[in-house]
Design a protein around this ligand. Structure first.
Ligand code: ZN
Length: 217
């Protein structure tokens, strides 16, 4: 009997340790009735989806950079429920932009929203995409630590959800002509370069074994 129990402990403990081998710092942005209402309106008006709760079934990860230089600035940007300006976005919805995760330059992973909570970060794909923001920009390319942290995080998300696709925001246009794309206005599109083709090439190389498709055709 004890032999059996110790064998189970011997087998299970390393698996648990492996599954939790990195830390995620919880740093929740405001999620209240107003944010949920605006998210439900976004789901209905932009994605054509009527839901009771503003949740997603993650099928995709979209990788971004923030174009600013700190987690605090990103938090302050995403925390308000409504967009403070950005007329090219406000006419589509008043809901503020956000993402589920933000990764600092030293590789620290912050979680702003639950994995299955709706976040506005990628036109046409928010209803099924988990957003990972990285602190950096064209002038401040993403770091090796961020590359490693993205790999760890994406591997853990793929284990939990039916995620089939991983793409950089710079690549999102590729999905416009596919059935995954859900956006009411065919002309609602913004030009994106984040997080850079080089970073996506390196990330894809590290995640090759997961066979995540970046295109559907
Ligand atoms: Zn982006």
């Amino acid at each position: 009997m004890w032999k059996k129990i110790s064998l189970i402990i011997f087998i299970c403990i390393p698996t648990i340790l492996l599954a939790q081998s990195f830390e995620i710092v919880q740093k929740p942005i405001i999620w209240n009735e107003d944010r949920e209402r605006l998210s439900l309106e976004y789901l209905r008006d932009r994605h054509g989806m009527i839901q009771d709760r503003a949740t997603i079934v993650p099928a995709m990860v979209v990788v971004h950079w923030t174009a600013n230089n700190s987690v605090e600035k990103t938090f302050d940007l995403f925390n308000p429920v409504e967009l403070p300006g950005r007329p090219e976005l406000t006419k589509a919805s008043k809901l503020n932009v956000s993402s589920q995760y933000v990764i600092d330059r030293d590789g620290t992973i912050y979680q702003f929203l639950a994995d299955t909570t709706f976040a506005r970060h990628t036109i046409g794909l928010n209803y099924c995409a988990i957003g990972i923001e990285n602190i950096g920009s064209e002038r401040n390319p993403l770091t090796k630590e961020q590359l490693i942290a993205n790999e760890k995080l994406i591997r853990s998300l793929v284990k939990k959800y039916p995620i089939k696709y991983m793409l950089g925001h710079v690549e999102y246009y590729q999905l416009r002509e596919t059935s995954v794309w859900k956006e009411a206005d065919p002309n609602y599109i913004t030009f994106k370069i984040d997080p850079g083709h080089v970073f996506m090439y390196k990330l894809r190389k590290r995640l090759k074994d997961l066979k995540l498709q970046e295109k559907l055709f």
